[in-house]
Design a protein around this ligand. Sequence first.
Ligand code: UD1
Ligand code: PEP
Length: 433
Amino acid sequence: MDKIRIVGGNALSGVIPISGAKNAALPLMIASLLTDETLTLENVPRLRDVALLTRILSNHGVDYSLNGKRAGEDHLTGQTIHLRASEIVDTRAPYDLVSQMRASFWVIGPLLARAHEAKVSLPGGCSIGTRPVDLFLMGLEKLGAKLDIDRGYVVSSAPGGLRGAEIVFPKVSVGATHTLMMAATLARGETVLVNAAREPEIADLAKCLIAMGAKIEGAGTGTIRIEGVERLHGATHRVLPDRIETGTYAMAVAMTGGDLMLEGTSPDLLDNALDTLTAAGAEITPTNAGIRVKRNGHGIHPVDITTEPFPGFPTDLQAQFMALMTRASGTSRITETIFENRFMHVAELARLGARISLDGQVATVEGVDRLVGAPVMATDLRASVSLVIAGLAAEGETTVSRVYHLDRGFERLEEKLSRCGAIIERLGGEGAR
Ligand SMILES: CC(=O)N[C@H]1[C@@H](OP(=O)(O)OP(=O)(O)OC[C@H]2O[C@@H](n3ccc(=O)[nH]c3=O)[C@H](O)[C@@H]2O)O[C@H](CO)[C@@H](O)[C@@H]1O
Ligand SMILES: C=C(OP(=O)(O)O)C(=O)O
């Protein structure tokens, strides 16, 4: 199994091209199930989750092809994928595939909308929390689907097709918003999603669905209105930049010191997190090319954060921010409100010398003068990258095992960082044991 070896202590300096967003690419690829014409997605990151989703979609009958980069584009990011579901050949999504990636459950919306039936394995719990699907089921029932849970599968049908309805979410859910928005595009009549998620990836999916002929208003706000249409057609869409990757590299340079240009991304995708980083002592300058992040000379200030749905501080940056706070000149409190078990990096950061205490959903981080490299283990996607960030700032060698978690969501991480002065390499085979 691969490991990542880091020798810490170098400041980061240079340009990092930001990839297309994993959390937009996945629902966008799933949207290909809604039409028999070709959906072309540009700037799709090369990630394990994307590869897995192509397998899941081909099971349903989606033919796909990958194009290389256009001349002149940086080879560190993106690919173009053409997806065509001329016919839905299988409406089942089996356990062995859905259990590997939660977002694959979202196929239930488009399958019900287009094929009027779906049998999709429950995604189950995962390391960051229990993650139930009650909001999806409530919404699909409102759209007229009949649902049954049978031996771990959600068995659903809507023989006469879905029909529009008002769906009020008692809690904000990104996945339920994506799924019901997709389902509603082909339902009869109007659907209104109230207390919808406002993440930029929702607006990006809506933009693509509109290009495919859907009638959607309000995506990116708490109320989304969808007027169902008879059919959708093909389109070409470019995946928006990954705000979590952007925030991760911004925190890395805030941690190591130095000067990074995060190319091709935009500050509006992350304003709360950037304000927090500024408060922590980073200098942030939006430019035409992207976002420049610097920290030279002065130390890292402690800042308290609470994770919240967009536009609040994202849970997907909580672990990385905690890594940064381990070196702050004082004590900070980090409150996780989205997932009940998203603190597994705490024990691993402690191996590097971090001082963190946990009380329920609150971590108290007492900044230390130095971290010292050690072997650590990745436990989930964002926890893994928090260990990389800490390793970059630690003295000596850190090895991160179980890096397959990282490959779910960070495109060519070692290449991007080593181009900017980090000593980081992947050890495979013998070296990784
Ligand atoms: C692929 C993708 O885009 N993943 C993101 C998505 O995950 P995901 O869409 O799974 O996260 P949700 O927004 O649905 O989850 C938010 C909260 O709602 C709860 N919930 C959700 C659905 C439901 O039916 N019932 C229920 O109780 C969850 O357990 C969690 O506590 O948004 C999360 C929150 O920003 C991010 O951390 C993930 O990176
Ligand atoms: C939690 C994440 O992804 P997923 O919802 O696919 O588990 C993430 O991207 O940080």
